[in-house]
Design a binder for this molecule. Structure first.
Ligand SMILES: CC(C)(COP(=O)(O)OP(=O)(O)OC[C@H]1O[C@@H](n2cnc3c(N)ncnc32)[C@H](O)[C@@H]1OP(=O)(O)O)[C@@H](O)C(=O)NCCC(=O)NCCS
Length: 293
C-alpha cells in the first residue's frame, strides 16, 4: 500500500492531513464514479471524505463562480482563460471537475483577500482538474484543464504540491488507466503531467491548436511512480524500458518541434520523455527523446 506519508517530504505537504482542506468533486449525478479508487487500490493518499457538489443545482452557482475565478486568474495571462460556456458544455456535461477546497471560514484574512472569497460559500476551491471521457476504444480520458492557487498566490501563501495532487486525485478517483492531454511545451505543467506514468508524445507541433507549440501526450497511470515527483528521483525502471531515440527536442525552436512532429507522422515512434528530466530542467531547456527498448 502506497502511503501518503511517503510523499510528505517536508512540512509544506501537511495541508493534506487537514480536515479544513478537502477533495471535492463537482459532478452531475449521472456522471458520478460508482467505485472511486477501485483501480488504484495500492494508494491511500485521499482518506478525507469527498465534498460533492452538483453543478445542475442553481444554488451551486457560487461554487462554480469560485472555480471560474481561479481558472480565469490562472489562465488569463496566457490568453487561454476558459469561456464559461466551454466550462459547462465541454467539462460539466460530459466529464467532471475535481480538486481541493478550503473551508472558507478557516482561511486567513490575507488569503480571503487574495482569493476574493465569497464568505457565503462554505468551501472555496483552491485547485481544479477537469477530466472528460473520450471516444477511444481503450476507455481513454482527456485531461482538459489543471490549475491551482499557487499560480496566483505569493510564495508565503502557497499550498505546496496542490497542482500535482489535484490531478493525482482526479485520476485515482475516476479509476483512470489511460489519459491523454495537451499543454504548451514551456508550461510548468509539463513537469507535472509527465510524472503520473510513462509519458508518450502524440504531437510535438500542433498547428490545429491556437498555440502550435502544443504537445499532445498520452500517459498510462502508474501510481507507484507518483512519489518520484516530490523526491525528484529517477522513475523506477525507466532506463531499463527506454533508450535514447538519438535526438533532443528544443521546446522553444519551431524547427525542432516540426522535425519531431514529422518523425511521429512518419511512424518512427512511439516516443517518450524522461519524467525526471522534465522535472529538474529549466522550462526552456532541450529534452532528450526516448523510445522503448
Ligand atoms: C501548472 C500548475 C497547475 C502547477 O501547479 P502548482 O500547484 O503550482 O504545482 P505543485 O505545487 O503541485 O508542484 C510543485 C513543483 O512544480 C514547480 N512549479 C510550479 N510552477 C512552476 C513554474 N512556473 N516554473 C517552474 N516550476 C514550477 C514548483 O517549483 C515545484 O517544484 P519544486 O518541488 O522543485 O519546488 C499551476 O502553476 C497553474 O495553475 N498554472 C497556470 C495554469 C496552467 O498553466 N495550467 C497548466 C495547463 S495544462
Amino acid at each position: 500500500m502506497l502511503k501518503a506519508s511517503e510523499i510528505f517530504i517536508d512540512e509544506r505537504m501537511q495541508w493534506m492531513k487537514s480536515d479544513d482542506i478537502r477533495p471535492y468533486v463537482f459532478v452531475r449525478p449521472e456522471n458520478r464514479i460508482l467505485e472511486p479508487g477501485r483501480l488504484h487500490r495500492r494508494l491511500d493518499w485521499f482518506p478525507h471524505e469527498v465534498i460533492y457538489k452538483n453543478p445542475l443545482e442553481m444554488d451551486q452557482v457560487g461554487f462554480a463562480d469560485r472555480i471560474m475565478y481561479l481558472e480565469t486568474a490562472a489562465f488569463g495571462p496566457s490568453g487561454m482563460a476558459m469561456p464559461r460556456w466551454v466550462f459547462y458544455d465541454c467539462a460539466i456535461v460530459p466529464g467532471f471537475v475535481a480538486g481541493f477546497a478550503a473551508r472558507t471560514s478557516k482561511l486567513s484574512p490575507e488569503m480571503k483577500r487574495l482569493l476574493a472569497v465569497d464568505e457565503a460559500i462554505e468551501w472555496t476551491p483552491l485547485s481544479l482538474f477537469i477530466i472528460i471521457p473520450t471516444m477511444s476504444r481503450d476507455g481513454e480520458w482527456v485531461a482538459h484543464n489543471l490549475c491551482s492557487v499557487n499560480s496566483i498566490l505569493p510564495k508565503e501563501h502557497q499550498v505546496y504540491g496542490i497542482g500535482f495532487i489535484s490531478k493525482a486525485f482526479g485520476l485515482w478517483y475516476a479509476n483512470v488507466r489511460t489519459c491523454c492531454g495537451m499543454t504548451q511545451w514551456t508550461s510548468p505543467s509539463v513537469k507535472l503531467h509527465s510524472n503520473y506514468g510513462d509519458f508518450e508524445v502524440l504531437t510535438a507541433y500542433t498547428p490545429v491548436h491556437s498555440y502550435a507549440r502544443t504537445v499532445t501526450y498520452r500517459l498510462i497511470v502508474d501510481t507507484e511512480s507518483w512519489p518520484a515527483f516530490f523526491h525528484k528521483q529517477e522513475r523506477k525502471g525507466f532506463h531499463d524500458r527506454y533508450e535514447s531515440a538519438g535526438f533532443d527536442v528544443d521546446p522553444v525552436n519551431d524547427q525542432s518541434l516540426i522535425s519531431f512532429q514529422r518523425r511521429l507522422e512518419g511512424g518512427e515512434g512511439p516516443f517518450f520523455l524522461d519524467p525526471r528530466e522534465t522535472r529538474i530542467k529549466d522550462l526552456n531547456a532541450p529534452l532528450k527523446v526516448y523510445r522503448p527498448k
